[in-house]
Design a protein. Structure first.
Length: 389
């Protein structure tokens, strides 16, 4: 259990973009490279579905984007190599599977580890909200902190890594669908109250709640297809009613500057790709904050971030070939987690729900930002099914 509680956040990318985490931040960046021997053993020794797809994706996203960055963005060879840090967590599919096969935890131990990490996420978020002074919150573009402040619409907020937090909400929702106990519903409401008052990120809140509603409808109706179409129709109706009541201009104003920034970033990325057809096919690569010339400097825009423009950002960096491979990993993850999920196992159902959540969320958030999420969810789902017999 102790090992699981330590390594699972590393594989889930919890510290991957949290520079406030002290030494855990650079360790998280180096983690996939430290786990490479286990990844090789996992590929050779553990029988895993989609293993060829993962290897093919890694064989593309590791060498090609740095090469494209040198060609199209003028990056030096060492600078181009640093971009590999973002995509290496994909290899966690093999290394985590190898660790689980070596440790051989029971299914119940894996479930408890995931659950405890979920509760720890919300407790830590509430604690930080209370003890961190307002002077620690920053508002500059691209600032390396989870404490964001001075937002005209949302005010101060903490961009907490919510991988295990959302898994907990999905798990509680599945438990509520099974037994309808009030305490599960109360915990879900408390979770979303914390997300709304502290976290305040619209995409995870809206899409995770949509997935919870979809899962509940599926449980009640006992039909996945009917639940999907009903949830889609209800969502479209709510969107139309909301836009009609507020008006498009008012809705855009309530979104604050984030919508305008994303639209501007989309224009910049689209124009740059359009200048050279090969960029659409193989991508243009990317830079990191440690490069002498970053994308923000190159495009003279401090608010330009590929992570904010969904799949266009993936195509910008990896091209259509890389984007299709990364999409295939997500689709394979959804298929595998659905196939191995057990109706009475709320955690395995939650892992499937997370795979569902990542697909619509990827329309806004680039899947290349934290590619280890789907790899970790898939590896955990596979092991849970095998451990449960």
């Amino acid at each position: 259990m102790a090992i699981l509680l330590v390594v699972l956040p590393m594989f889930g990318g919890v510290y991957q973009v949290v520079s406030d985490a002290g030494p855990l931040y650079p360790l998280s960046k180096a983690w996939p490279f430290l786990m490479l021997p286990l990844a090789v053993l996992g590929y050779l020794l553990v029988r895993l579905p989609a293993r060829l797809l993962y290897v093919t994706t890694l064989a593309y996203v590791i060498p090609i984007p740095p090469l494209m960055a040198m060609i199209h963005l003028g990056s030096t060879f060492p600078e181009a190599l640093t971009t590999i840090v973002k995509t290496m967590p994909i290899s966690g599919f093999f290394s985590l599977s190898m660790i689980l096969a070596w440790l051989r935890p029971t299914a119940d131990e894996v479930r408890r580890a995931i659950t405890w990490l979920g509760y720890a996420t919300f407790v830590l978020m509430a604690l930080l909200w209370e003890i961190v002074p307002s002077s620690a919150y920053r508002s500059e573009f691209g600032v390396a902190t989870i404490f964001i402040g001075n937002d005209d619409v949302r005010g101060d907020r903490i961009i907490m890594p919510m991988y295990f937090g959302l898994l907990l909400l999905f798990q509680l929702a599945r438990r509520f669908g099974q037994d309808h106990r009030a305490r599960h519903l109360l915990l879900i409401l408390v979770g979303y109250a914390l997300l709304s008052t502290i976290y305040k990120e619209r995409v995870p809140i809206i899409f995770s709640f949509t997935v919870i509603c979809l899962g509940y409808l599926e449980t009640v109706m006992r039909s996945r297809t009917t639940a999907f179409f009903l949830a889609t129709a209800a969502g479209l109706a709510a969107l139309i009613v909301g836009l009609s009541a507020l008006g498009i201009d008012q809705a855009a104003e309530r979104l604050g500057g984030s919508l305008a920034v994303r639209l501007m970033s989309i224009d910049i990325a689209w124009d740059f790709l359009r200048d050279n057809p090969l960029r659409w096919i193989f991508g243009a690569g990317a830079t990191t904050a440690y490069a002498s010339v970053t994308l923000n400097t190159l495009f003279r825009n401090p608010a330009f971030f590929l992570a904010d423009i969904g799949w266009l950002g993936v195509v910008f960096e990896y091209g259509l070939i890389g984007a299709l491979l990364i999409l295939a990993i997500h689709v394979a993850g959804l298929i595998i987690t659905t196939r191995v999920a057990r109706p009475q196992d709320a955690v395995s159902q939650a892992l499937r729900d997370y795979a569902i959540y990542l697909l619509p969320a990827s329309l806004i958030y680039s899947t290349a930002l934290l590619p280890g999420e789907i790899a970790t969810a898939t590896a955990l789902a596979i092991y849970l099914r095998r451990a449960a017999g």
